[in-house]
Design a protein around this ligand. Structure first.
Ligand code: ADP
Length: 248
């Protein structure tokens, strides 16, 4: 982990009408760091990631992106969104496009990059995940695990500085979970800055530099994984871990 701060979140708040989804979130994410966000359903994990990707309008608080400054003030969302990659539970691949066209779309349209150059990068990444022979397949011809790995490659082809993962294995059959977790582990080993929301506790312990535990729209504690799983500071985290004790 390097010391450079890639993302800095200050006093972030988010409401949906009269529901407070996030309340005063403060967090620094360092370059090369892997943060895993844990917490009970409805505590605001997904909303937080969506705010970091500009999918939610932010009324209060700021997100500072590296040395570019505050997003929405010093730098426009359009200029940084490509550098903040996100992968969703539901893949979000375009069903009428084959794998390589799904991968090419963002870099060519949003980043105006050369087709050959992106195709080469896409092919190399597909090879790394063992799916180079599925370049011409359509999403419906792929398993859930394969679709999710393609969705990761698609996000990586935008050359992001940080990757956000929102419960990306939650909809997969158990035998496909591992292949997707392994791709994230490899990315972490290669130094990608990542923020991961997951319910896979063993994986969280394995991959995280720090665990961020949330409850009711707030960060309750930030700990290193060993500390968090063996000796959580907050009562709420203890209760939460009890639910998962059979899985850890
Ligand atoms: P988590 O990802 O931890 O399960 P979410 O971020 O999805 O939590 O939700 C946080 C809170 O915000 C919940 O109370 C949820 O019901 C509410 N919420 C999330 N999205 C919306 C939305 N689009 N409209 C209204 N309320 C929402």
């Amino acid at each position: 982990m390097e010391n450079e701060i890639l993302l800095k979140i200050d006093n972030l708040k988010k409401n949906y009408d009269n529901i407070t989804a996030l309340e005063d979130i403060n967090l620094e994410v360092h370059k090369g760091e892997v943060l895993v966000i844990l917490g009970p359903s409805g505590c605001g994990k997904s909303t937080f990631l969506r705010c970091l990707n500009g999918l939610e309008e932010i009324k209060e608080g700021t997100i500072t992106f590296g040395n570019k400054g505050i997003i929405g003030k010093d730098v426009k969302w359009e200029e940084v969104r490509g550098e903040i990659g996100m992968v969703f539970q539901s893949y979000e691949l375009f069903p009428h496009m084959n794998v390589i066209d799904n991968i090419l779309l963002g870099p060519m349209k949003a980043q105006k990059r050369d087709k050959k150059e992106v195709e080469k990068q896409g092919e190399e990444l597909l090879k790394r995940i063992g799916l180079e022979d599925r370049k011409k397949s359509f999403p419906r011809q792929l398993s859930g695990g394969q679709k999710q790995r393609i969705a990761i490659v698609r996000a990586l082809c935008m050359n992001p500085k940080v990757m956000l993962f929102d419960e990306i294995t939650a909809a997969l059959d158990p035998e496909m979970v591992r292949e997707v977790l392994d791709v994230m582990l490899e990315l972490a080993k290669n130094g990608m800055t990542m923020i991961i929301v997951t319910h896979e506790m063993q994986f969280a312990k394995e991959v995280a530099d720090r665990i961020v535990f949330m409850d009711k729209g707030k960060i309750c504690e930030i700990s290193n994984p060993n500390e968090f799983f063996e000796n959580p500071k907050s009562e709420r985290a203890k209760q939460f871990l009890n639910i998962f004790k059979y899985k850890v």
